[in-house]
Every structure is written in C-alpha cells, then in structure tokens.
Ligand binder design. Sequence first.
Ligand code: TXA
Ligand code: MG
Length: 320
Amino acid sequence: MKDNEVLQAARIIKKGGIVAFPTETVYGLGADAFNPLAVARIFEVKRRPYFDPLIVHVASPADVKNLVKEIPSNVKEIIKRFWPGPLTVVLLKKEDIPDIVTAGLPTVAIRMPSHPMALSLIKESKRPIAAPSANPFGYLSPTTAEHVREQLGDQVDLVLDGGPCPIGVESTIISFLEERPRLLRPGGVSLEEIESIIGKVEISPIEDDKPSAPGMLPKHYAPRTPIVLNWNDKNLKIYKNKKIGLLAFQETKNYLKFHHVEVLSKKGDIREAAANLFAAIRRLDVLNLDLIVAESIPEMGLGRAIMDRLRRASTKEEIN
Ligand code: TXA
Ligand code: MG
C-alpha cells in the first residue's frame, strides 16, 4: 500500500480538505466530520442536496460512543459481528456533530469500513470522516479510482487508489430508533445474516415522496441510458432497430440480438455479480445505447441489494 499517500491524504483531511478513498463497498469522498466547511465542500462537489445526510466513518467500535447518546445492546452485538465491514447503523446523535453532516436530523449514520486504506486514513487523520459515495449526486457509485477521477477528479484534493472495491455495493443501513431495527438500505451485509444475530428487522418499502433514509429516493444510482427490468424476448421485438445492451446475471448462449452484453458473473455467483455491477453498468452507459435491459437476480443475500440498485437505476415504464 502507498503509505505516503495515505499520510498525505490524512494531512489534507486535517487541514479541511476533501479526499476520495477506497472502501470495501464503493469509493467515498471524505472530510473531517467535525469541520462543517470541509463537509460543505463535499455537498458542492457532488451537487448533493443538503437534506441528504452523510455516513460518519470510524476506525474502531470504541469511537461510536463519542458520536451517539446511547448504544443499545443489539447494536453492540451487530457491530461486534459485522465491523469492520459493510454495515451502517443509525442512532441518536450527540449534539456536537455538525448539522450539515446529519442534515439537521437528530440521528447519525455510522460505519467502520474494513478496507485497510480507509482504516489507516481515518486513524492517521485522528478524527471521524464524513463521506458519501464519491459520485455526482444521483449517479452510480464508483468502484474504482478511475471512476472517481473521471467524474470528480479535478474537484477533489486527492484520490487514493486502492484498486477495485471487493464488495461493489454500498453498506447495509439499519436504523435503531424504534423498538425494532429497520432496514433503510439493503447492502453489503445480507438481511439474513443480520437477522441471524439480532432477530427480525422491519423492511422499509421504497417510498416515493418521503423516503425514510433521505437519500433513498426511488430514482437514484441511475446511468444516462434507460435501464429496463421488466422485459422479455417478445416485447423486445419492437426495439429491433435500436441499439440494446444486456446486463446479464450469468453466462447463457442466446445473446446475438444485443449490441453489447455484460455478464456479471459467468458462474452465477451473487457476490461476484455485486462486485461487478456498477462497473458493468458504466461500461454499458458509455456505448450510446438506446436501452439497457437487465436480467433479474435472485433476491437472496447480496441479490437483494443488487435488485434494489437496479430498480432505482431503472425507468419505471415496462416495455410491451
Ligand atoms: O458503503 C457505503 O455506505 C458508502 C461508503 C463510502 O461508506 N457510502 C455511501 O454513502 O453509500 P451515501 O452518502 O452515498 O449513502 C448514504 C445513505 C444516504 O441514503 C443517506 O440518506 C443515508 O445513508 N443516511 C445518512 N445518514 C442518515 C441518517 N441519520 N438517517 C437515515 N439515513 C441516513
Ligand atoms: Mg451515494
């Protein structure tokens, strides 16, 4: 690992700059969580609305007590099992966390990433790092440093390159404000795994006007090319003169009618599919296709997060 670069990145964070860095899920765009001006620059660069709060990244479970009023026992359990890793918990915040980080909410979202570069950046900075995914608002999250450079490169102070993100979809977000824990976003840790530790979790549906996680707007993670989920060979015929790309889950034979095909996992492995998802959609998105049709993926394990992202990326219309 390029230690010098991490040290340089930490110096930038301490001075109030913004740094893109790898995590095991997607690349983040980070600033000192206790520096409101630095955090404001993240919103500007991403063109992110201020009502959409950020996740605060810590380097140790012990850091959580400095950020929240109370840590319920089921949160302690779940953290013990899944941190460091792709799990974010939402708890009642301490007053001194700047409002810009939490969009004025009384709560804060916290996670401890497992990527070694992310962990050493937070440790060396000696402060929690507020970071959304390092993409322009509404677009797909970046899973390589190249993705970040292409879209935000000249506007951030440094892009740390830690290679492709091994998980490839964002963290699972669970809120602990009500009696029962509630899933706000499916992600890198599966619901099944979480429920095996803390019991039943409520599942929020995709809401249209009042999202429970403010950033969970139904139309999100979207490429420029329309993506369609509900299609079949028959209704594709009306598109026969159009350029259509296929986002396939696994390898099958019958691909001739497509202009380009991206296979997420040749052997149909859901983890591998998640890791390839955003990069594959980006590759399709630069081909000037008229349409991308996506295959559905079994909604178990990481499949739930993949389908959630595909639904948010897709156009509402069905083709028929
Ligand atoms: O894997 C991840 O979580 C990545 C990496 C960089 O850590 N981060 C990420 O951040 O996906 P972002 O900002 O793209 O998505 C965070 C989501 C948003 O939908 C936001 O609304 C929600 O977390 N969120 C943040 N704070 C919240 C809070 N206090 N209550 C409810 N939702 C919150
Ligand atoms: Mg994001």
